[in-house]
Design a binder for this molecule. Structure first.
Ligand SMILES: Nc1ncnc2c1ncn2[C@@H]1O[C@H](COP(=O)(O)OP(=O)(O)OP(=O)(O)O)[C@@H](O)[C@H]1O
Ligand SMILES: [Mg+2]
Length: 346
């Protein structure tokens, strides 16, 4: 298009100059000829741009249609259960992989029975399947074989919204939105009163730092929670989950950025304030799960041990190794390493 435009300009200049010299064209005629030709050419160029745009939008349209037409793997039952009886969780010989029927399963033959109100700690190396296991409880994915039951009924028989209202999950990666603290908390329960929000925050030990903000519960949170610390963000997310008063509460590594003392306070508040709620606590620190009723040790997607802290220490090699590694090196600021202590004394 540009070559044609420049070619025209050159040709008009060349022939126009000849006509002016021979006297058959005035300078004014040539100038108007220039402006007419240019507007015609510009319109042609716009037309060709439209063709380019149409091709581009057709490609984008195809992609949007692909997403809209995607059929979800998970189907709702015809007559869904509308109530969750209690907070019991049963894994009956569950196997699960992210790509159905391909390669190594992420979880293999998991058989677990958790009573309502129990506190279960889940520990294991990175990639051992902890997040995948807890994701199955709220039916983020469907199992390949076996079944997951909540309140005695298969999760696939529930209405998804009912199930997810009773199973509150604080994910490993949390999201806060721009808005006040109260707005953010009310994502958990739309019509929560300020008193309810404050109570949830007390249980999650978020109250103490919120009180220190000049605007308290009306403090503005920036997009993604960029103006609160990692640990504060985690506590707000726990409070948001608690607002629902769920029957099952899942914390996936949700106190990793909270100091050990506050973590212990949150757990103490849980056992005192919400004793009836089944709690699944995924953690990397033994100190976070030590007080749990039973602890599940996952290794490569399989159950390696499921017992109380004391019993596991005696019989489970992996658990003992993690425990020894963590207690010897200290790791937390309020529990300094042995060498450091000695160094200070020296
Ligand atoms: N969305 C996904 N799609 C495919 N594979 C996945 C997906 N999420 C996790 N995996 C795989 O499943 C395995 C278990 O992952 P999972 O997230 O359950 O581990 P984890 O125990 O929670 O680890 P971490 O302690 O790092 O959180 C990993 O090998 C991982 O590569
Ligand atoms: Mg995880």
């Amino acid at each position: 298009m540009m070559t044609v435009i420049y070619g025209c300009i050159l040709a008009i200049s060349w022939f126009g100059a000849h006509f002016i010299v021979s006297g058959s064209l005035t300078t004014g005629n040539l100038t108007s000829l220039f402006s007419y030709v240019m507007s015609v050419l510009m319109s042609l160029m716009m037309l060709s741009m439209i063709f380019v745009m149409i091709t581009m939008s057709a490609a984008s349209g195809r992609r949007i249609a692909e997403v809209l037409n995607e059929v979800p793997d998970m189907s709702e039952p015809d007559q869904p259960e509308q109530t969750v009886a209690d907070g019991s969780i049963d894994f009956n010989h569950v196997s699960f992989s992210y790509k159905h029927g391909s390669g190594e399963p992420t979880l293999e033959d998991i058989d677990l029975h958790i009573r309502p109100g129990e506190t279960i700690g889940i520990i294991g190396g990175t990639g051992s399947g902890k997040s995948s296991l807890v994701g199955l409880v709220s039916r983020l994915y469907d199992v390949d074989s076996g079944s997951v039951c909540v309140g005695g009924k298969d999760v696939r028989s529930y209405d998804t919204e009912t199930l997810r209202n009773q199973v509150a999950v604080v994910l490993q990666k949390n999201v806060l939105f721009s808005g006040t603290i109260l707005d953010n908390l009310r994502w958990g329960k739309e019509d929560a009163t300020e008193a309810e929000c404050a109570e949830a925050c007390q249980q999650a030990c978020a109250d103490e730092f919120i009180q220190r903000f000049p605007d308290g519960y009306h403090t503005w949170i920036e997009q993604g929670g960029s103006n609160v610390s990692g640990g504060q963000k985690q506590r707000l997310c726990i409070a948001r989950a608690l607002l629902k008063k769920p029957k099952i509460l899942i914390l996936d590594d949700s106190t990793s950025a909270v100091d050990t003392a506050t973590g212990a306070k949150i757990r103490a508040a849980f056992s005192k304030k919400i004793p009836g709620t089944t709690k699944l606590i995924v953690a990397q620190r033994i100190s976070s799960v030590q007080g749990a009723d039973r602890i599940l040790v996952l290794d490569g997607g399989k159950i390696n041990g499921f017992d109380s802290h004391d019993n596991l220490l005696k019989i489970n090699r992996i658990y003992r190794e993690i425990y020894e590694a963590q207690t010897q090196s200290g790791g937390d600021f309020d529990q300094p390493a042995q060498e450091e202590k000695e160094g200070v004394q020296a």
